[in-house]
Write a protein that binds this ligand. Structure first.
Ligand code: UD1
Ligand code: CA
Length: 458
C-alpha cells in the first residue's frame, strides 16, 4: 500500500519516495519482499502515483512489479480491493505498507509460515503507548484474536490494550477476496478498514493467528520528518553493527552513514563522520580518515584516504590503487584512476585522468582528461587546461616527467618521457622527451634599483 498522502511530511514529494539510507522508503519494502520468493508485487499507488511508479520502474529489481491505482483513497480495505484483480486464488497475499521500511525478511517468513496458506496471520507488537493504532482484541488474555478495533472506534477499555496491529498481515488470497467483498464503512472514519476482515474470519469460524514481535523498529512507519530521521539512525546503527561484526573497525558506529553498498576487506578502519554512497569497495587494510565522502569508488588494499576527501565516481567510477595516499582535502571525480602508490595531496582535483604507479600531485593542482605516466611529479599550482571553451582535449605526460610549479599545460599536448617543465611555464606545444621546456617571460634584473619613496605631505 503506497497510496496515502503523508500530509505530515509537509513535502511535495510523495511520502514513500522519501529516502532512508539513500533509498526510497518504498524501495526498502520491495527489496524485503523480493527476498521472499514472491510471484509478484502489486504496488497500490494514489497520491503522486505517476511519480511513485516512475521512480520504481527504473530500479533494477528481481521481483515482477505491477502497479494499480487507488483513486480516491477510501481506506486500507479499499486499497487492497484495487489489487485483487491481479492476484490468483491459489496464493497467499502479504500486505505491507510502503512507509514501513525496516521490516526484516525473516520476520515476514515467520508470518508466512504461521499463515501456512490456511489462515489469516497478523503481525503484532505490544507498545507502551499504543495510541493511534488498531488494537488486537482477544477473547481472553493470551486467547484467540477476535477482532482489530481502530483507535478512533475503540472504547475506553479497548484503548487500554497494549497489543497493536502492525499493518502487516499474511492471508490466503481466496479468503481475502471473499472477506473484502463484505467490507463497509460504518465506522468512525467512514473508511473501508482492511482490519475488519478479522471479524469476518472469526464469524466464519476460522482461527486468526498473531505473530507478536518485540522489535518496534521493524513495524515503525514514517509519517513525519522526525520519524524519518529516527528510523534513519536505527537503520544506520544496524548497518554499522553488521560491518563491525564482519571485522571492519569503526571509530564510532553512531557517526557513519551508508547510502548504498559498502564492501570491506580485512582490517579496514573508518574514522568518524564518513559518508559512503552508491557502490564502494575498500580493500584489505584501507584506512579512511574523518569527514570523507566516498561514492562509487574502488579503493585497493593498503590505500589511505586522509580526512576531508571527496570522491565521487558517479557513472564512470573512481579507482584508487594499492598503497595510494589521497588527501587531506583531495577531490577525485568521475574517471579518476590512480595506480599503485600514487600520491594525491591537498587541494588536488582529478577528473577523467589516469595516473600510473608512483605518480604524484601533492599540492593545489588540477588533472583533467590526462594520462600521466609512472613516477611523474606534478608540481604545486599546475593544471591541465583541458577545455578550450567548446571541447575537451587530452594531456599526455609520459613516465618520469617533472612538471614544476604553477604550470599550465594547454591540451592537446604531450610531454615526452623524462622531460622537465620549468616552473611558471605555459606550454602550448609538445615537449620532447628528456628536454627542459620553459615557456615564460625571461627574468630581468636591474641593478641598484631605487624604489619609489613616499612624498611628504601626502
Ligand atoms: C492502519 C491499520 C491499524 C494499524 C496501523 C499500523 C487499518 C484500518 N488500520 O492504520 O490497525 O495499527 O495501520 O500503522 O488498516 N493507505 C492506502 N490507501 C488508503 C489508506 C491507506 O494506500 O486509502 C496506505 C497508506 O499509504 C499507508 C498504509 O496504507 O502506507 C497505512 O495507512 P495509515 O493511514 O498509515 O494507517 P491507518 O489506517 O491509520
Ligand atoms: Ca488512515
Amino acid at each position: 500500500m503506497a497510496a496515502g498522502k503523508g500530509t505530515r511530511m509537509k513535502s511535495a514529494l510523495p511520502k514513500v519516495l522519501h529516502r532512508l539510507g539513500g533509498r526510497a522508503l518504498l524501495a526498502h519494502v520491495i527489496d524485503c519482499a523480493a527476498q521472499l520468493s514472491a510471484r509478484q508485487a502489486v504496488v497500490i499507488t494514489g497520491h503522486g502515483a505517476e511519480q511513485v511508479e516512475a521512480a520504481l520502474s527504473g530500479s533494477a529489481l528481481s521481483l515482477a512489479l505491477q502497479f494499480v491505482r487507488q483513486e480516491p483513497q477510501l481506506g486500507t480495505g479499499h486499497a487492497v480491493q484495487q489489487a485483487m484483480p491481479r492476484l490468483t486464488d491459489d496464493g497467499v497475499t502479504l500486505v505491507l505498507s510502503g512507509d514501513v521500511p525496516l521490516t526484516e525478511a525473516s520476520t515476514l517468513q515467520a508470518l508466512l509460515a504461521l499463515c501456512g496458506g490456511r489462515q489469516l496471520a497478523l503481525l503484532t507488537l505490544a507498545l507502551p503507548d499504543p495510541s493511534g493504532y488498531g488494537r488486537i482484541v482477544r477473547a481472553a488474555p493470551g486467547g484467540g484474536v477476535r477482532s482489530i478495533v481502530e483507535h478512533k472506534d475503540a472504547s475506553e477499555a479497548e484503548r487500554q490494550i497494549k497489543e497493536i496491529y502492525s499493518g502487516i498481515m499474511a492471508v490466503p488470497t481466496r479468503l481475502l477476496r471473499a472477506w473484502l467483498g463484505r467490507l463497509d464503512k460504518q465506522n468512525a472514519q467512514g473508511e473501508y478498514y482492511l482490519t475488519d476482515i478479522v471479524k469476518f474470519a472469526v464469524a466464519d469460524g476460522l482461527a486468526v493467528a498473531a505473530h507478536q514481535i518485540s522489535d518496534a523498529a521493524q513495524v515503525a512507519g514514517v509519517n513525519s520528518p522526525v520519524q524519518l530521521a529516527e528510523l534513519e539512525r536505527v537503520y544506520q546503527l544496524r548497518r554499522a553493527h553488521a560491518l563491525m561484526e564482519a571485522g571492519t573497525r569503526l571509530a564510532d558506529p553512531a557517526r557513519l552513514d551508508l547510502r548504498g553498498r559498502l564492501d570491506c576487506g580485512r582490517d579496514v578502519e573508518i574514522d568518524v563522520n564518513c559518508i559512503f554512497e552508491g557502490d564502494v569497495s575498500l580493500g584489505d587494510g584501507v584506512r579512511v580518515g574523518a569527514n570523507c565522502v566516498i561514492a562509487n569508488a574502488r579503493i585497493a588494499a593498503g590505500a589511505v584516504i586522509h580526512p576531508f576527501t571527496h570522491i565521487d565516481g558517479e557513472k564512470l567510477g573512481v579507482e584508487v590503487g594499492e598503497g595510494a595516499l589521497v588527501g587531506p582535502f583531495a577531490r577525485l571525480r568521475p574517471g579518476a584512476r590512480l595506480g599503485a602508490e600514487v600520491h594525491i595531496g591537498n587541494f588536488v582535483e582529478v577528473k577523467n585522468a589516469s595516473l600510473a604507479k608512483g605518480a604524484k600531485a601533492n599540492h593545489l593542482a588540477y588533472l583533467g582528461d590526462a594520462t600521466v605516466g609512472e613516477r611523474v611529479n606534478f608540481g604545486a599550482g599546475s593544471i591541465t587546461a583541458n577545455y578550450d571553451g567548446a571541447n575537451k582535449h587530452r594531456t599526455v605526460i609520459e613516465a618520469d616527467v617533472h612538471v614544476g610549479s604553477n604550470c599550465v599545460l594547454v591540451a592537446p599536448i604531450t610531454l615526452g618521457a623524462g622531460g622537465t617543465v620549468g616552473g611558471g611555464s605555459t606550454l602550448t606545444k609538445n615537449a620532447p622527451a628528456g628536454a627542459l621546456s620553459v615557456a615564460r617571460g625571461k627574468q630581468v634584473s636591474i641593478a641598484n634599483w631605487t624604489r619609489p619613496v613616499k612624498k611628504s605631505g601626502n
